[in-house]
Write a protein that binds this ligand. Structure first.
Ligand SMILES: [Zn+2]
Ligand SMILES: [Zn+2]
Length: 312
């Protein structure tokens, strides 16, 4: 059963999907992987590069939607290490599905996202992301529609609140001065567009490649496949598109936990200055720009023994 519950104190919605309790919580391994091609898998035997289908354990389902995007038929792949053409194809799928879901009368906003790595909560190792079609507008997106509106758009004045990490003709990759999570990055189109569907083919190609570079830069910084949340803010006509990467690590195998201040007050506390994060990311991104994903010999796996490093 799926239901929406309103919090009368905050006016925020909470989605309840109790069937999700039954989903496997440990990754089934390559031989039983539901996203590897096979007669009993969710992707079947039809050859594909990128597959998209309704989530078997949805958080939203009429009203709303929950879809899975499998990035590659190969279990060991990763978005950051796909060929540039394949990375572009992933973005085109995000774009097409976002546009299709946004058309639906029971969908108010769309989030394309990836929980990368088990420590970020991914229950299947196979490279994949998800798309939520929310039957409401989440509070952060509602706020972004205000600050991204028209000539006063704050995303168009990205210099005022960020430090540069990498520049490109159509996009800027920046570190917010007020990082919520360590080494947070925002990928912002130079043009004031509010959806993936509004991007040109050139913007898609360059954005897809920059995001791949960002993933690989994180892996370079950490020395293994870094756990992170990636999400695409699509405020629509009333705002400015941006992609966000929020890693959960503040150093090698040192996890940043969402603790009392963040969970109870929504007030984030960080211990890495944005200047230092920007400096380290600039160097890692520059190193990654020198090699194509396919030729990158550095294709790290998950860390072996995460150290749980409590901050209190
Ligand atoms: Zn697989
Ligand atoms: Zn703007």
């Amino acid at each position: 059963m799926i239901s929406l519950v309103a919090d009368v104190l905050t006016d925020e919605w909470v989605s309840l999907a109790d069937a999700r309790q039954e989903r496997p919580l440990t990754s089934p391994g390559e031989s039983a992987c539901p996203f590897c091609p096979g007669p009993r898998s969710e992707v079947g035997l039809t050859p594909f590069h990128v597959a998209v289908f309704p989530n078997r354990y949805p958080v939203f389902d009429h009203p709303g939607a929950a879809e899975v995007v499998v990035y590659s038929p190969r279990h060991q792949d990763d978005y950051g290490h796909l060929s540039p053409a394949h990375g572009r194809l992933v973005w085109q799928v995000w774009r097409d599905r976002s546009a299709a879901l946004a058309e639906r009368t029971d969908v108010e906003s769309v989030l394309v996202f990836e929980n990368r790595g088990r420590r970020m909560g991914a229950t299947i190792d196979h490279p994949h992301g998800q798309i939520y079609g929310y039957p409401y507008v989440p509070p952060r997106l509602a706020h972004e529609r205000q600050v991204g509106h028209g000539s006063a758009c704050r995303l168009c004045r990205v210099d005022a609140w960020t430090l540069p990490a990498a520049e490109a003709p159509h996009w800027r990759l920046v570190v917010p001065r007020a990082m919520r999570m360590p080494y947070q990055l925002a990928l912002v189109p130079r043009r004031h567009v509010g959806t993936l569907a509004a991007l040109s083919q050139e913007e898609v190609a360059e954005g897809a490649h920059l995001l791949q570079r960002a993933y690989r830069a994180y892996d370079r910084l950490m020395g293994y496949r870094a756990a992170l949340a990636m999400g695409v803010h699509q405020p629509g006509r009333a705002g400015h598109l941006r992609l966000e990467c929020l890693p959960i690590e503040r150093g090698q195998l040192r996890q940043k936990y969402l603790a009392s201040s963040e969970l109870i007050m929504g007030a984030f506390v960080t211990d890495i200055p944005a200047e230092r994060a920007a400096e380290r990311l600039q160097a890692a991104l520059a190193a990654e720009s020198l090699m194509s994903p396919a030729s990158s010999a550095h294709h790290p796996g998950d860390p072996k023994e995460p150290r749980h490093d409590h901050s209190c």
